[in-house]
Design a protein. Sequence first.
Length: 459
Amino acid sequence: MIADVIQSEIQELIEQRKLAELKGVLAEWHPADLAEAIVGFPIEQQGVIFRILPQPVAADVFEYLDRATQKQLLKALGQEDTVRILNEMTPDDRTALLEELPSVAVTQLLGLLSPAERATAQHLLGYPEGSIGRLMTPDFIAVRDEWTVQQVLDHVRQVGRDSETLNVLYVVDEGGTLIDDVRIREFLLRPLAQPVREIRNSEFFALKVTDSGETAVEAFRKYDRTTLPVVDSAGKLVGIVTVDDVLDIAEAAATEDIQKMGGSEALDEPYRQIALRKMIRKRAGWLVVLFLGELLTATAMGYFEEEIAKAVVLALFVPLIISSGGNSGSQAATLIIRAMALGEVTLRDWWQVMRREVLAGLALGGILGVIGFVRITAWSLFSNIYGPHWFLVAITVGLSLVGVVLWGTLAGSMLPFLLRRMGFDPAASSAPFVATLVDVTGLVIYFGVAALILSGTLL
């Protein structure tokens, strides 16, 4: 890996005290690769490396670090180094860092910023937490409708160095209201004397400062853009959001959903950096709930104690029955939760989903039921393991699998809708939770079918 090569080279130069040579080496690498390599060093050496880096490069590398490393590094750096990094950071990345720090630390860091950067940071932090207002950057290029292509290109050359991106330019009126967004390629391919109004088409989509991060993710996915404008309630252009920030939101949301579906609270921190006590606390809650749920399985087994005593052979298939139901429920829950996250299904689609899952559950249960029936039949031809009533046992297991898998599929697919309707996160209907629910009800289905089919023979 590139990071390993960089790390080895940096370590060698630090040990040899060749700091001047190290500065030249650091300048040769991409900031993302440097950030990946620097994380492997002790925090003290990280501080040394950042003091050597040129000011703009140090800010770029710092932005690629995860939040936990950034916070540790700020504590290790002196005030002067902290000031130069924070002032050079892009406003959106700086806001993302500040909003995770304690209010006392935020106040101290804001006091270190230049007046212009402090005003920008305070303005962005004034928007609601989790909103696009905190995610956006105010560094964009706005042009006027009456300008010519020549004037636009001259303006880009003059102010473009401070812009977050040059891919898209934004057309505004005298009051700053957004009129359109136009890709810069449109200006590069037009005559220099052509006015902007003849180039734009007023077909654009803008996010509102109060929109959530999830709204931004969906908008970028829908419109296939690398950047989107952000407007206030009056339609005035106040900033832009770029796809790299939205990808961070999508990754964080996906990570949180996966952790919840695994039967845990969202860790909110990298696995290797979260405190052990905190990780145990986040995992213990769900484990206790699931354990208490599984105790109901023991209760159900006790309820059917007489049936098991009369037909011990039924106990052989209990793990098979409950695991099949839990697996089918986990499958369905995972598919529906992901479909909800992608906007493929909404609350109003619950009936269509139920109809599909009934058919799917019957088909999947039928497949497993046939396999179970054939397996018992085949074994009974060569042994007496299932007793003289093996045929009835095979039918019981086969029909039970159909019922349990159908119920598991329905429970797994409908539970996310129920949670969403109640205002909870559908990801909370984790696979372990669905499996626990289906374990208990699966036993009831299994022994209920057995009572009907084996009554008068084994029971």
